[in-house]
Design a protein around this ligand. Sequence first.
Ligand SMILES: Cc1ncc(COP(=O)(O)O)c(C=O)c1O
Length: 376
Amino acid sequence: MQIPPWPRADERETELLRMVLESPQWGGFHPFVAEFEQSFAAYQHARYGIGAMNGSVTLELALEVLGVEPGDEVIVPAISFITTATAVSRAGATPVFVDIEADSYNIDPDRVREAVTSKTKAVIPVHFGGVICNMQALLEVCRERDLVLLEDAAHAHGAEYDGKRAGSFGVAGSFSFQNGKVLTAGEGGMLVTSDAHFAERARSIANCGRASGRSFYEHHELGTNFRLSAMHAAILLAQFERLAEQIRYREDNLLAFKDLIADLKEIVWQRQALAQTQNPHYLVTGRVHRGARNEFCRRLAAAGVPVTSFYPHTLYQNPVYTRENCRVMPCPIAETRIHDSFWLSHRVFLAPEDTIQEIAGIVRAAVSALPASVLS
Ligand SMILES: Cc1ncc(COP(=O)(O)O)c(C=O)c1O
């Protein structure tokens, strides 16, 4: 099967990296960093981009700018990567875990509303796998209860809902360019925002407390160094040139793939809102009966299809979280999804058409081989 490897580079990365290597600036002050920040922020429909080392420090940075501190609570989904929650804990605040919606896998706005207390300061929705959350409802809860909305858009490069892109709904959006992401330099992150004051403070804290237009050795904030390097920016600029085309290619392939196996009622795919106008398909997520999930994944993997049997637990089931350091709302859906769901990597859908047909055949065979007893 011709499933392309990920990440992938060609002579464009080499060319831009060579330009950095031949320059006297390999760090965050090379013009490539500002060029990537501006281009990517504009692509996500935001006015400012603040590059950083990864998509975990960007969350911590955003919470610091927002003044989240001990005594505050921040609502997060029960299903995400761990740093959505640990960023809150590292700010000294308490993460409050709430359930996801059954079909979208995204944080449920009704469950958010139920979890709000007088201590709640912010909500961090995650656009799971590239599917945009129910932003209208979430923004409404935030308006009603005077909460800040910070998007964890680590999965959502290019994701668009009703003509608006991920990261442009709340005060800021946090992106990751970690090795598996659809836009990657191995590591990297960015905060995007259209709020000039937020941008200025985030940039200052991430750049040792410097202020724009002031002297290099004058430090105004208790900052640190979170800067993105020139080498990462060079790779990201090259990767970014291909992103839009790769998103289109994946979309076409995925439509064809789902069409080929549309009759397989045993698989239920993650649902996106009709208003979602672009999905990067970072994780193509679906579910089968919980008793059949592991065997289904084993069969796909044995046939060479890169499949992951979802996160092994909800965020609050990680050893780092105890009764004392977080608050957990009832999460029956999240606790079911960890047993019945799986995802296919975005790279699967960069394969040529005949490979997509072959994978559809493998999925069909894996479903037919499942014992009827586990499917009933
Ligand atoms: C939802 C989510 N948030 C945050 C992160 C953290 O990003 P990074 O690995 O760049 O620190 C990730 C990374 O996988 C993620 O998936």
